[in-house]
Design a protein around this ligand. Structure first.
Ligand code: PLP
Length: 290
């Protein structure tokens, strides 16, 4: 595999950055994870838009235009002969003397890593995955805003460690007000029955979450399918009384959940319908881009 660093494609074994890079020293940087289907990067414009937003929220000047970023992604995919790929684009503050001041770094380090996309195990979709509600709270949005897709991932890693200890696949985090926020790498949805009507629920953006690109698509598809939707503030007890739960992100798409803590769920009709609609949406996107 070749890795794109700054402006060059370099064999993986030789791809190195400095120990003085502020991404390494301080987690000072941003990233995006993308997925390509049949050589087409799904929702590329949206990912690049979010990358620019993250950059502006940490006052990092990206030295490449959106067009140049797209071209670098496509070059990397081509160099690695990849069609269905996982793509990770990382931009750190760059090489600089020790110290927190971003001005110590002359230019950002720009890295693209790609890999063959490996399907998740089929059982994850058929049966679902197990989650816990973590004791680790999501970063305060007034401290490190989760809308910055930053390299600073310790908050999520601490929750993931707790999930692993409890044999769970993923951890959901509450915010400082004990409202549901999001997973360590995903957004969360669940279905509540109200007067026999199913309502698709998900934490609102003001709960302090990343506005997932998959989350947005799911909300649009739910609207199109005439579902009742509630974006709001929820407690963990709301998810415990849900009839189904699922998580979303760019690589997993829509993944059902069979357990949260000690509460069990079936893979439900809403997750199935939305996942089919999501796949159809991907197909339509690819057709338009060919
Ligand atoms: N929330 C967090 C914390 C994430 O890291 C991610 C994805 O990496 C998401 C949500 C889902 O975002 P997207 O659907 O854009 O992949």
């Amino acid at each position: 595999m070749h890795v794109y660093i700054n402006s060059s494609l370099i064999p993986e074994s030789e791809a190195k950055i400095s120990v003085f890079d502020h991404g390494f020293l301080y987690g000072d940087g941003i990233y995006e994870t993308m997925r390509s289907y049949e050589g087409i990067v799904f929702m590329l414009d949206e990912h690049i838009r979010r990358l620019h937003r993250s950059a502006s929220l940490i006052q990092l000047a990206i030295s490449k235009s959106s067009k140049e970023i797209k071209s670098a992604i496509h070059k990397t995919l081509k160099a690695n002969s990849l069609k269905n790929a996982y793509i990770r684009l990382t931009i750190s503050r760059g090489f600089g003397k020790i110290g927190l001041d971003p001005a110590l770094c002359e230019k950002p380090t720009f890295v693209i890593v790609t890999n063959e996309f490996k399907d998740y195990p089929g059982s994850f979709y058929k049966k679902g995955v197990k989650l816990i509600i973590s004791s680790v709270k999501r970063n305060l949005k007034e401290a490190i805003n989760p809308q910055i897709k930053s390299l600073n991932f310790l908050n999520n890693i601490l929750a993931k460690i707790e999930a692993k200890k409890k044999n769970a696949y993923e951890a959901l985090m509450l915010n400082s007000q004990s409202h549901l926020a999001e997973g360590t790498i995903c957004n969360v949805f669940f279905v509540l029955k109200k007067k026999n009507k199913a309502v698709l629920c998900t934490p609102s953006l003001d709960c302090g979450i990343l506005d997932g690109i998959t989350r947005n698509i799911v909300l649009e598809l739910a609207k199109k399918n005439g579902m009742a939707i509630k974006e709001g503030k929820f407690k963990k007890e709301d998810i415990y009384r849900a009839s189904e739960v699922f998580i979303t992100n760019t690589t997993m798409e829509i993944m059902p959940v069979y357990k949260v803590d000690s509460v069990s769920y079936q893979v439900g009709a809403v997750a199935k319908l939305l996942h089919e609609a999501y796949k159809e949406n991907v197909r339509a996107y690819l057709e338009k881009k060919v």
